[in-house]
Design a protein around this ligand. Structure first.
Ligand code: UDP
Ligand code: MG
Length: 316
């Protein structure tokens, strides 16, 4: 029998978990041609999330969990899930029931048909603000323009990945992760399944605009060096302007012999060039930061406990 891992990153989800477990339980008990593993990654929750998971595990041996040593973020939680998943395929789901478990049979159906990455595409997004929808739409448009890999529109992390996709993602051990573009980058046969995204069942979203902004910048800089090219694009017209202005000044001085109001021009020029330089330094710093983070070569996460067993973190 094929094994299916349902991977659920959870951070402070004590309010959602009971609903989630109930609905998942109901659903998978009706599917009997697969063996299921429900793998929770407790991402350093400060509430009763871990206790609840342990409680469920006592009654239900399909449940596994990884407890992180602290909060590492959802991107890292997903990687840990790929590392610990035992299934022939992995289905990633949010803990807040925004991703309806009822879609799982459809995902499995396409997997059986030979698709490696069956992703759920949102037809609608309930309970999300206009601003969030708008900014996320604009961001994906920009990301798509900048990067060469195709990124699926209106798609989150809710998807089914075949074992070989999971292994491919496990090989990509970068610290600042942007799974959305990684899913595209690895390739393999993809299939979209449409669904309506529900509002969060309980609790609050863990995202804020600062977090989203970080994710957005990581998304761009981890996949393309094209922002570095902005310097070239800006440098050419700037240089042209400089030459034209220089010629203009020379001609004016020689021909008409009038003094130039130099200070205004100077101030403007200084401001203009410092602005450009600051921006370019920012971009260079962006990549330098990435190189710095990657060269440190640190483990991406630490596990405190895996399935009731203390992780000793021994040095091999
Ligand atoms: N999550 C996580 N670590 C974090 C933040 C979030 O594991 O640092 C989990 C969270 O528990 C949920 C999923 O990631 O299962 C999506 O989070 P959330 O619902 O807050 O994001 P949104 O749906 O608003 O984008
Ligand atoms: Mg959510």
């Amino acid at each position: 029998m094929k094994k299916v891992t349902i991977l659920i990153p959870a951070y402070n989800e004590e309010e959602s978990l009971p609903y989630l477990y109930k609905r998942l339980e109901d659903l998978i008990s009706k599917i009997d041609n697969y063996e299921f593993e429900i793998l929770f990654i407790n991402d350093g929750s400060k509430d009763r999330t871990l206790e609840l998971i342990k409680e469920y595990r006592k009654k239900d041996n399909r449940i596994s969990y990884v407890n992180f040593s602290r909060n590492f973020g959802k991107e890292v939680a997903m990687l840990a899930g790929f590392d610990y998943a035992k299934g022939d395929c992995v289905i990633i789901m949010d803990a807040d029931l925004q991703d309806p478990p009822e879609l799982i049979p459809t995902l499995l159906k396409y997997w059986e048909e030979g698709y490696d990455d069956v992703y759920a595409q949102r037809r609608s997004r309930k309970g999300e603000t206009f601003l969030k929808k708008f900014t996320s739409k604009m961001y994906y448009r920009v990301l798509q323009k900048l990067t060469k890999v195709e990124i699926q529109k209106d798609t989150g992390d809710f998807r089914l990945l075949d074992r070989r996709c999971v292994n491919a993602l496990r090989k990509m051990r970068e610290t600042q992760r942007c799974s959305k573009s990684m899913f595209s980058w690895i390739g393999y046969k993809k299939k979209a399944v449409l669904y309506d995204r529900d509002p969060r069942i309980a609790g609050k979203t863990k995202w804020n605009y600062a977090k989203l902004m970080n994710l957005a910048i990581d998304g761009i800089t981890s996949f393309t060096t094209s922002p570095l090219r902005i310097s070239t694009f800006l440098a050419i017209p700037t240089f042209l302007m400089l030459i034209i202005y220089f010629i203009y000044v020379i001609i004016k001085c020689v021909r008409l012999s009038i003094p130039i109001q130099a200070f205004q021009a100077t101030i403007l020029l200084i401001l203009f060039f410092s602005a450009i330089q600051i921006m370019l330094f920012g971009i260079v710093g962006e990549y330098l930061g990435r190189i710095f983070n990657e060269t440190k070569n640190r483990p991406i996460y630490f596990v405190d406990e895996y399935n009731d067993k203390r992780e000793e973190n021994e040095i091999k």
